[in-house]
Design a protein around this ligand. Structure first.
Ligand SMILES: Cc1cc2nc3c(=O)[nH]c(=O)nc-3n(C[C@H](O)[C@H](O)[C@H](O)COP(=O)(O)OP(=O)(O)OC[C@H]3O[C@@H](n4cnc5c(N)ncnc54)[C@H](O)[C@@H]3O)c2cc1C
Length: 308
């Protein structure tokens, strides 16, 4: 019940101001966000890769309202690519971007987002790494997949994300299951209407398994983005059935969520990539994490009461 309320709050400026200013918010945010500055995120990268994980870094930002912010976000990613190259982390650390941070929702948004993200994809390639385009709400899917197709002409390793809660996603999986295609499958984190998305959790899970089957049976590189133990187990089964070796797919989880499970998968020899967000614009990301799991919200509320 609370999930949709929190997802609506994730897009409210007044609630953003209230939550961001609460003194108790910071320690809770720190559980999910690696820090506000690049050097803090690099420390996290070193720590995770030192323990056998791979990472994908997200410079937080989304839903921008003017072009100068798009340029600032582009520049932040260029600095990140340079830092990863400097640290020699290109082989283990990639970058995740949200096209809404590159101007996708502004007038002329498709071209603007493409123009801004292209230098980041080029810089990633020079640093020996790659970029995955996060997927945002359903109104952006066509645009994001079109930009992905354009980028993949020169940079076929550019990754896509698909969300099992959308009715369209099985079709998208078929289209994206070709050779060389890197696809992260997630359940989906936005508040979507019943006209385009399953509302029932069980239906979302069943759709996730159907999509996993398509991706595992295909010729691409599936990236299993879920903390759900059932999805992790099913992915392992399907990979075995499809004759995939452990380096022919990977698991992905969010920073701060199910750390022990992340370690366990690495110990079993799996590729485990941790999604590491950093930056000052953490509000939308943080609220989606609260919406996903009542225990996260309880932790936040308890800390409000304890400190209050
Ligand atoms: C790497 C990564 C990238 C993502 N990128 C995107 C994106 O681009 N676009 C998008 O819309 N969404 C994205 N998401 C978010 C995703 O859509 C889901 O909202 C989120 O992952 C929650 O779904 P779930 O599959 O993890 O399992 P859920 O359905 O939330 O949980 C299922 C089960 O997993 C276990 N579990 C979940 N969380 C915890 C926890 N904190 N502690 C212990 N057990 C837990 C519990 O057993 C729970 O019952 C991403 C997620 C990941 C992991």
């Amino acid at each position: 019940m609370l999930g949709p309320v929190l997802l609506a709050a994730a897009r409210s400026d007044s609630i953003r101001r209230l939550v961001s200013a609460a003194p108790v918010t910071r320690p809770v945010v720190d559980r999910f966000v690696a820090g506000e500055q690049l050097d803090q995120s690099l420390r996290t990268v070193r720590s995770l890769t030192g323990r056998g994980m791979e990472v994908t870094l997200d410079h937080l930002g989304e839903d921008i309202t003017d072009r100068s912010e798009a340029l600032r976000n582009r520049d932040a990613y260029l600095a990140l690519a340079e830092a990863l190259a400097g640290e020699g982390q290109g082989a283990r650390a990639e970058m995740s971007v949200k096209l809404s941070a590159f101007g996708q929702a502004l007038p002329g948004g498709d071209d603007l987002a493409y123009e801004n993200v292209l230098p980041v994809v080029e810089a990633a390639a020079e640093a020996g790494t790659t970029v995955t385009l996060d997927m945002e709400d359903h109104t952006t899917v066509d645009s994001t997949l079109a930009i992905l197709a354009e980028l993949r002409k020169r940079f076929p390793q550019t990754g896509a994300v698909v969300q099992s809660y959308l009715f369209r996603t099985e079709e998208d999986c078929h289209a994206l299951a070709g050779e060389g295609s890197r696809v992260r499958l997630v359940k989906g984190a936005y508040k979507e209407p019943a006209s385009v998305a399953y509302q029932d959790k069980r239906e979302v899970d069943l759709a996730y398994v159907r999509c996993l089957k398509i991706l595992m049976a295909g010729e691409g590189y599936p990236m299993v983005g879920s903390h759900d133990p059932r999805m992790v187990a099913i992915a392992q089964e399907l990979a075995r059935a499809a004759g995939r070796k452990q380096d022919e797919y990977e698991f992905q989880m969010l920073y701060g969520i199910r750390d022990a499970e992340q370690e366990r998968l690495v110990a079993e020899g799996h590729r485990m990539r941790v999604y590491v967000p950093y930056g000052t614009d953490w509000y939308g990301y943080f609220m989606r994490r609260l919406a996903e799991r009542p225990a996260n919200l309880g932790f936040f509320l308890r800390s409000l009461v304890t400190r209050g």
